[in-house]
Ligand binder design. Structure first.
Ligand code: BV8
Length: 244
């Protein structure tokens, strides 16, 4: 059982606005490999950051399409874990909780969280690579990637690749949440990818308490107000019990 400091418990009980940033670590206990984990099988020879780019898709659209199809398959075969459910419950205890996720698996919504900001999109959604519009269905064919039924261009996953801008409205909403929160959680993220990693610093700048939950040290750890070292699927349910 982890002991939570009285100061941490007080901060959370007094909080009216909570912002939460999650990364791949929150889905690790669901069996979804994180970006830091070595990839397995066919994908072991590739680095995610080399596949999640427009250049990789331009160079080898089938390879990138198949990588996302594999990841979607893993996500469809997995479930949200206790960490996801605890965050959905936390939302019921505070006036406003904005859940900002870097994850593309849709598990927060599956676990019942609302007010979810998907910074990097969602691999269960597909869009036209030319028109940038979401395409819900297309003619079944063996083409990989399939072709847009409207214009014939390749379809692609509706995610933000490295070197691509985040949608302005999404980034704006996330920045706003970080700006007004009393407490900012950074959970299961190596805090390396920008602009997501800057959100915790925006919160610190205006005096919010920043709580990091991660089994390892990250670039944020030394700046965080509270550091809960461990797995989010274990810590979050205990934190909910201790506070609310
Ligand atoms: C942009 C979707 C601008 C796709 C992803 C400033 C400085 C340096 C670099 C840059 C910068 N600004 C821009 C860049 C470039 C780049 C970047 O940040 N590069 C990094 C590598 C340095 N950023 C971008 O390109 C962004 N775009 O800024 O555009 C621009 C301006 C003009 C014109 C054009 C563009 C776009 C970034 C979005 C990339 N897309 N995902 C996909 O998923 O396939 S990022 C992807 O990787 C994830 O979404 C996630 O964000 C990131 C992985 O990070 P984490 O989630 O933290 O996961 P990770 O595996 O790293 O860590 C897991 C953590 O969990 C670990 O700490 C581990 O200890 C912990 N953990 C493990 N188990 C548990 C746990 N924690 C809790 N419980 C557990 N059980």
């Amino acid at each position: 059982m982890i002991e939570f400091s009285p100061e941490l418990i007080h901060n959370l009980r007094a909080a009216r606005h909570i912002a939460v940033l999650t990364g791949a670590g929150v889905s690790a206990e669901s069996g979804i490999p994180t970006f830091r984990d070595a990839q397995t099988g066919l994908w072991a020879q590739y680095r995610p950051e080399d596949l999640a780019t427009p250049e990789a898709f331009a160079h080898n659209p089938k390879l990138v399409w198949d990588w996302y199809a594999w990841r979607a398959e893993i996500a469809r075969g997995a479930q949200p874990n206790f960490g996801h459910y605890a965050l959905a419950e936390m939302q019921r205890h505070v006036d406003q909780l904005v859940l900002i996720t870097q994850n593309v698996d849709g598990f927060h919504q599956l676990a019942g969280s609302t007010n979810v900001i998907e910074l990097h999109g969602n691999l269960m959604r597909t869009k036209c690579s030319r028109e940038d519009v979401v395409i819900a269905e297309w003619n079944a064919s063996d083409d990989r990637p399939p072709r847009c039924p409207r214009c014939g261009a390749y379809l692609r996953p509706d995610v933000v690749w490295f070197g691509e801008r985040l949608p302005a409205d999404v980034l704006e909403a996330a920045g706003q949440a970080a700006n007004v929160c009393d407490v900012f959680f950074s959970i299961g993220t190596s805090s390396l990818v920008e602009p997501a990693a800057s959100l915790a610093h925006i919160a610190l700048q205006h005096g919010a308490a920043v709580i990091e939950i991660n089994p390892t040290v990250t670039s944020l750890t030394s700046r965080a107000s509270f550091v809960l070292q461990g797995a989010s699927g274990e810590i979050l349910p205990m934190l909910i019990k201790a506070v609310w």
